[in-house]
Design a protein around this ligand. Structure first.
Ligand code: ASP
Length: 299
């Protein structure tokens, strides 16, 4: 059995001191869920979906329950999954009211017909697979409303309206790679806005020849540099996982001035992380290590 590894992030952004313990624990629990899948010989795809689904249920994070609100006070979520083998991907964008968009993205991947479904069409596809949106308002937490009020009062800079996006990358014992990312996007976004998370190559990427990556941060900037694909290209060109993560993030900062973070895993299970936003909670689990490594990276 080859060594498996999984890394999870809980979004690049500001984590207030009183939330630090909760977001770290959330990432640890997500990494533990993925570890259980991988240790039992399960797939990288199952592992990243299990990790992300757990974080979508956790109100501390900007995904599923607790997602950021649009300027109309509604929830529209973005998510993607990708597996390295055959560059197969599935994603949903601006999908209203879904608690587990990662599950729907996975169904899009499994169906194989399209890569990205959005809006009402995504919900129609969801219904065909027994996935239904939550009632209006059910995913909106008090914290998300407070953030929208701060945004409406002009107290939140556009580039800082994100944070709390979740993602996972994994290598399984059959050497398969997968990545998943899920988000409510940015507080105060226009309805219909699509960020980087569901866009293959921007927020999410996996390539059997190199590695898997999940990015987070200022979506409009990440989209313009295709951050996840850039990081994976650097791996393919021979950089180590930490070097590839740092170099791709440096490029984003130089070219756009924006803040972001990313995690990646290479074909040997080596993990890289990089960040230029204030914080990014993370957790890593790997074969042969009892302890889950976790923390709150700070730029
Ligand atoms: N990248 C996400 C978006 O712009 C936000 C985040 O990562 O917090 O939709």
């Amino acid at each position: 059995m080859l060594p498996w590894a999984v890394a999870v992030h809980g979004g690049a952004g500001e984590v207030e001191p009183e939330r630090a313990g909760a977001v770290r624990r959330g990432c640890e629990q997500a990494a533990a869920a993925a570890r259980d899948v991988l240790a039992a010989g399960g797939s990288a795809l199952d592992a990243v979906c299990a990790a992300v689904a757990l974080l979508e249920d956790d109100p501390e994070f900007n995904a599923g329950y607790g997602a950021a609100l649009t300027r109309d006070g509604t929830v529209e979520v973005d998510a993607a999954v990708m597996v390295g083998a055959g560059l197969r991907a599935g994603a949903v964008a601006a999908a209203p009211g879904l608690r587990h968009p990662v599950q729907l993205a996975r169904q899009v991947l499994a169906a194989g017909e399209h890569v990205l479904l959005s809006g009402p069409g995504a919900l129609a596809f969801a219904r065909e697979h027994g996935i239904f949106p939550e009632p209006d308002g059910a995913l909106a937490t008090e914290k998300a409303w407070r953030r929208l009020e701060a945004w409406r009062a002009g107290r939140t800079a556009a580039a800082r309206a994100g944070g709390g996006t979740v993602g996972a990358v994994a290598l399984d014992s059959a050497s398969e790679l997968a990545a998943a990312t899920s988000t409510g996007g940015t507080t105060g976004k226009r309805p219909g806005r699509i960020g980087d998370s569901p866009i293959v190559g921007a927020g999410t990427y996996a390539d059997e020849q190199a590695g898997a990556c999940s990015a987070t941060g200022h979506g409009e900037a990440i989209l313009r540099v295709l951050l996840a694909r850039d990081a994976i290209d650097r791996l393919r060109a021979g950089a180590s996982a930490p070097e590839a993560a740092r170099a791709a993030l440096h490029e984003l900062a130089e070219r756009t001035g924006a803040q972001a973070g990313l995690i990646l895993v290479d074909r040997t299970g080596r993990v890289g992380r990089a960040l230029n936003a204030p914080h990014m909670p993370f957790a890593v689990a790997r074969a042969g290590q009892d302890q889950i490594e976790s923390g709150l990276d700070a730029a």
